[in-house]
Design a protein around this ligand. Structure first.
Ligand code: 5RP
Length: 264
C-alpha cells in the first residue's frame, strides 16, 4: 500500500539513485514505497567491492538486492559474493547475476542487509513474519555488520509490542503439542499461539526448511528477552524463534521527515 509521506526529506543523490524524481514543488508527496527504496539504497552504500554479503528476504531486502545487482552490472561494485537467506532471495540474486555461495564455503559474512517486523529501543528485532527466520538468523549471526532497514511503523517500545506475531519455527511432528508448550511458557503475558496458514483452505505454511511456523501473540511484555529466548529454544520440537537479540549493528529508519541511522 502506498501511504503518502508529505514531509519526507530526501537528499538529491538518494532520491535520484532510487529513480525517484525530486520535488520541484514543496507539495510533492513521497509514498511509503519511495522511502523504503531510498532507505534500502542507503543501506547498500555500506557495501564495498570484495565483500561477502548476506542477502535478506522481504519487500525491503528485495530492493537492496536489486540495487546490489544494479551496481554490479554498472561495474560500481566488483567481486561480491552473496549469501541468500531464503530460496526466494536465491532465485532473485541468481536472476540479477549476483555470484552466490553459502555459509559452508563462507562462514564469515562481512555485512548483511535485511528488513524487520519490529525494532525495540535497544535494536532488538522481531523477524520472520515472512517465514524466513531460520536462514536469516544463521546468516545474520555470522555477520560482522548487520544493517536493518525499516519504516517507522516497525518501531516498538518492547518486543511483541506491535501486537502482531512473533514467529517460532517448529518441526511438523506434533506441532500442536509444541504450540501448547510455547503458549504456556508465556501464559502471564497473555500469549496466544497459532499455526501459520495460507490460502482459502488454510493450509499450513511450510518453511524453506520443511517446518511449520507457530505465531505467538502477546497481550503484555514477555519481560527478560534472553530468558525468553533460552526457554523457547529449550523446548524439543522448536527449531528457532524470530527474536534477533543483540544482532543488528545499524538500523536505518525511514520516517516522515527522512532517514534516521541508529548505531549499536
Ligand atoms: O523477517 C522477514 C522475513 O522473514 C522480513 O525481513 C520482515 O518480515 C520484514 O519484511 P518487509 O521488509 O517486507 O516489511
Amino acid at each position: 500500500m502506498a501511504i503518502p509521506y508529505p514531509h519526507f526529506i530526501a537528499t538529491e543523490n538518494a532520491a535520484m539513485d532510487a529513480g525517484i524524481l525530486l520535488p520541484s514543488s514543496p507539495s510533492v508527496v513521497f509514498t511509503q514505497d519511495d522511502i523504503k527504496k531510498i532507505a534500502a539504497y542507503k543501506a547498500v552504500e555500506y557495501v564495498e567491492s570484495g565483500m561477502v554479503i548476506g542477502l535478506g528476504t522481504g519487500s525491503t531486502a528485495k530492493l537492496a538486492v536489486d540495487r546490489i545487482g544494479e551496481l554490479l552490472r554498472q561495474g560500481k561494485l566488483k567481486d561480491i559474493v552473496g549469501i541468500p537467506t531464503s530460496k526466494i532471495t536465491h532465485e532473485q540474486a541468481l536472476s540479477l547475476g549476483i555470484p552466490l555461495s553459502d555459509l559452508d564455503s563462507h562462514p564469515v559474512v562481512d555485512l548483511a542487509i535485511d528488513g524487520a517486523d519490529e525494532v525495540d529501543p535497544f535494536l532488538n528485532l522481531v523477524k520472520g513474519r515472512g517465514g524466513y527466520l531460520l536462514r536469516e538468523k544463521m546468516v545474520e549471526s555470522a555477520c560482522k555488520k548487520f544493517i536493518v532497514v525499516v519504516d517507522e511503523s516497525k518501531l516498538v517500545n518492547y518486543i511483541g509490542g506491535s501486537g502482531l506475531a512473533m514467529p517460532v519455527e517448529v518441526i511438523q511432528f506434533c506441532w500442536k503439542f509444541t504450540a501448547e508448550r510455547l503458549r504456556r511458557l508465556f501464559e502471564e503475558a497473555g500469549c496466544v499461539a497459532k499455526l501459520r496458514t495460507f490460502g482459502e483452505k488454510e493450509e499450513p505454511f511450510v518453511t524453506d526448511n520443511g517446518n511449520f511456523i507457530v505465531d505467538l501473540y502477546f497481550e503484555r511484555s514477555i519481560g527478560d528477552l534472553k530468558a525468553a529466548s533460552v526457554a523457547i529454544l529449550q523446548l524439543a520440537g522448536v527449531v528457532e524463534h524470530g527474536m534477533f537479540l543483540d544482532m543488528a549493528t545499524t538500523v536505518i529508519v525511514a520516517g516522515e521527515l527522512g532517514l534516521t541511522v541508529k548505531n549499536k
